[in-house]
Design a binder for this molecule. Structure first.
Ligand code: ADP
Ligand code: MG
Length: 740
């Protein structure tokens, strides 16, 4: 009679259907049945005298007779009445309160038998339900019937003769749905029951083989049991099945993206041994590490194919990703293509351009005196360049003289045209969405999909790599190039041990005296910015970098050359400060997280992070990567006003205890839980995941990945799988890294 794809209004009426749509965006039978209960309440039938009393906030249902009904008036607004009824002679006492009880005061009288259902609160040892759902079962006034509409509907629906069938309430558990004030849990339960009563058997979207292998119940059984099951075991089985559906649906959607580009023409660039790539390998002042060689081999192989590469390269700051990317780009240039490298900030784009030109030397000096005869050009394009400089860069890009094009968002603009774009490198992936990298990829000649290499220095937990970034294959550089010095990290609890902070500044001065440099990082720029607001309830505000700069340069760091860097400086000011720091004319850089990404000053050996508790675990780890880049041992000091015993204190100690970014990434993930990780769709509805957790269900996610990888090439148009994937296709890119 009804199928999953049917609209709801024919089954539950237009009014209820509109309300579901307005409140939750629920339109079809499928939408409604996948609005899973968020928990299950105990019914009164199982709450015996000896049972543990329910906890505050627990949802519970009672059937009993009203032993007392008191009409009271509000103290401050005596014209407002409220009704307090007492149920039976239970211990602890159970009461229910109804405000503005116009007719209720005449129906909920002493001796009335009622069912009450709502959330439990406690006040002076009395269990209280406030405005619970209710149903009048028997009344001394002779007027039975009446009550909360959806409860009446549930009770009536079994019989249809106007009589109440209480057996529907004789259950151990009731589902409790995500609800709103206009659409309460009981209303949703009533709709779900109506729909399930007329639902045809649901065809199973999963192939029989995997169902058997995973020992899963059928889709039909699962969709019914998740709402109606009387006890725990069948409910768990239902959830298990529906959770697997989600894992598979997500992986299928990602497989569609990964394999979907198979047929498109990638710019095949087989490796040559007489080109720029080989020339650079000869020029490099160091040997590639084993890890770099391995990753480069994989990438080289993929660049040679007509299938576009979709690969993410992760590795700690300083693990040598950029060199690998550069060698890959040269392989493309050797085959006659151009490469674009997208950086998240101007500082970083400029730094890349500078260091890539340095490394390439004569190989990047096409048409210049002293340039190699096969040389290519490196062009830089950022928003703050002069109009003339931009025009010049665009001309090099469109004519093809620039083999390597480095830039910020400015590269995405329509006016930027490439001659023969064959590869896109995105540095620090998390600042860019899928749309942006696709926008850049679309600048390739018609019919060509450029290879894509995404680099990130933030280690990504395995489950996140398989889901949020599941449309990319992953490579990881785990070892740092030889010669790197370890970074020691200490937490300074400045409130508890103020002398340690004094010692920290002394230490900075000592390092400067020894010829080294330092960073001092604070969470925000000045008093009027957003982060100036205290954390809820704590009354604390974060240190502003402008104040800190003033204080330090007059106080503890008076004897050294201190520079100030933050996002509100003009590009010229930023350039001057960064240039001065790089050149060693500034000893200590007091800054915000503008220095977070990719800045490379090997002589910097100390970092002091003020109010470190304001930063996320991954962010601190990434900040710390600014030091330890040269041949001197380095020290990172995390300063906080919070106590050693606080949660934040523990978090900071965790950062101090390890340099393993993957370990910290897992911690970070656990701390944020995935609600944050996966973000929300613009509509405000949660991203397609409801039951699947990136933290708790890693094996399930891996199984689903393997299953889809195996099945997709065999049966890409499978209808059932397309259905499961639908909630995940075309979702907005889930932001992961940009949060802290
Ligand atoms: P990432 O991009 O991962 O942060 P880079 O590629 O910028 O790392 O490398 C950081 C520094 O290490 C650079 O100065 C680079 O020249 C140097 N480097 C890279 N690979 C090696 C290597 N195999 N041996 C020694 N130094 C290396
Ligand atoms: Mg880098």
């Amino acid at each position: 009679m009804a199928a999953l794809g049917d609209p709801l209004d024919f089954i539950i009426g237009k009014k209820a259907a509109d309300l579901l749509d307005d409140t939750f965006g629920i339109r079809t039978v499928d939408d409604l049945l996948r609005h899973y209960p968020r928990k299950y309440s105990r019914g009164s039938t199982v709450l015996g005298e000896d049972d543990e009393p329910p906890e505050e906030g627990e949802h519970i249902t009672f059937v009993d007779t009203i032993s007392q009904a008191d009409l009271r008036r509000m103290n401050r607004t005596p014209h407002r009445e409220y009704l307090v009824v007492t149920l039976g002679d239970r211990r602890p006492k159970v009461t229910a309160t109804f405000f503005n009880p116009k007719y209720l005061k005449r129906t909920l009288v002493k001796g009335t038998k009622v069912m009450l259902s709502g959330e439990v609160g406690y006040f002076r040892g009395t269990m209280q339900l406030t405005h619970p759902g209710f149903l009048i079962l028997d009344s001394p006034t002779g007027k039975a019937g009446g009550g909360t509409k959806s409860l009446m509907k549930i009770a009536e629906s079994a019989q249809g003769d106007g009589e109440f069938d209480l057996s529907v309430f004789e259950r151990d558990f009731f589902p409790i749905y995500p609800a709103s004030s206009k659409l309460q849990s009981w209303d949703i339960y009533a709709c779900v029951r109506q729909v399930l009563a007329v639902l045809d058997p649901v065809p199973d979207p999963l192939p029989e083989s995997i169902r058997r292998e995973m020992d899963l119940v059928s889709e039909d059984e699962a969709l019914r049991a998740v709402h109606l099951a009387e006890n725990q075991a069948p409910r768990e089985r239902a959830l298990e099945r529906l959770r697997f559906d989600e894992a598979v649906g997500l992986q299928w959607a990602l497989a569609q993206r990964r394999f979907g580009e198979l047929s498109e023409a990638g710019p095949a660039a087989p490796r040559r041994d007489d080109g720029l790539r080989s020339a650079l390998l000869l020029r490099l002042p160091f040997e590639l590490t084993g890890g770099q060689n391995e990753v480069l081999d994989v990438i080289s192989g993929e660049l040679a194919q007509t299938r576009p590469m979709n690969r993410m390269l992760q590795g700690e700051v300083g693990s040598g990703k950029t060199v690998v990317a550069l060698l890959a780009m040269l392989q493309m240039i050797d085959a006659g293509y151009q490469c674009a490298m997208l950086a998240p900030t101007e500082v970083l784009a400029e730094q890349h351009a500078r260091s890539i030109r340095d490394v390439l030397g004569p190989l990047a000096m096409a048409g210049q005196l002293g340039g190699d005869e096969d040389a290519t050009g490196v062009a830089l394009l950022t928003g703050s360049m002069s109009a003339a400089a931009k025009r010049d860069a665009r001309e090099q890009i469109s004519s093809g003289t620039a083999g390597i094009v480095i830039g910020t968002h400015a590269l995405l603009q329509d006016v930027v045209e490439f001659d023969r774009l064959g590869m896109v490198v995105v540095d620090e992936q998390h600042r860019f969405g899928v749309e942006q990298r696709d926008q850049l990829r679309s600048k390739a000649p018609d019919g060509v999909t450029p290879h894509l290499l995404v680099m990130t220095a933030t280690p990504i937990p395995r489950t996140v790599a398989l889901t949020v970034y599941g449309d990319l294959e992953t490579s990881t550089l785990r070892e740092l190039p030889r010669g790197r010095q370890p970074i020691a990290t200490n937490v300074i609890f400045a409130r508890q041990k103020p002398s340690w902070l004094d010692r920290a500044w002394q230490r900075v001065v000592e390092e400067v005296a020894a010829g080294r440099q330092a960073y001092v990082v604070a969470p925000r720029i000045e008093d009027d910015d957003k982060m100036a607001k205290p954390v809820a309830g704590s009354g604390r505000t974060a240190t502003a970098v402008v104040d800190l700069y003033a204080k330090l340069s007059k106080g503890p760091l008076a004897g050294v050359r201190v520079g100030l860097m933050h996002g509100r400086l003009t590009p010229e000011e930023k350039d001057a400060v960064m240039g001065g720091f790089r050149a060693g004319e500034i000893d200590v850089l007091v800054c915000t997280t503008v220095i977070e990404v990719g800045v490379d000053v090997p002589n910097a050996t100390v970092m002091v992070v003020i109010d470190a508790d304001w930063f996320g675990i991954s962010q601190l780890h990434q900040l710390r990567g600014r030091i330890g880049r040269g041949s001197h041992p380095s020290l990172c000091l995390l300063v906080t006003d919070l106590s050693e015993a606080s949660k934040a204190g523990g978090r900071l100690r965790a950062v101090a205890s390890t340099l393993d970014g993957f370990e910290l990434a897992d911690l970070d993930l656990e701390e944020r839980r995935e609600g944050d990780v996966l973000g929300r769709r613009q509509s405000g509805r949660a991203s397609g995941l409801r039951l699947l957790s990136l933290i708790d269900h890693r094996p399930l996610i891996e199984t689903a990945r393997e299953f889809c990888d195996e099945m997709y090439p065999r049966d890409p148009d499978n209808r059932g799988m397309a259905l499961l994937a639908a909630p995940f296709s075309g979702t907005d890119r889930i932001e992961y890294m940009d949060k802290s």
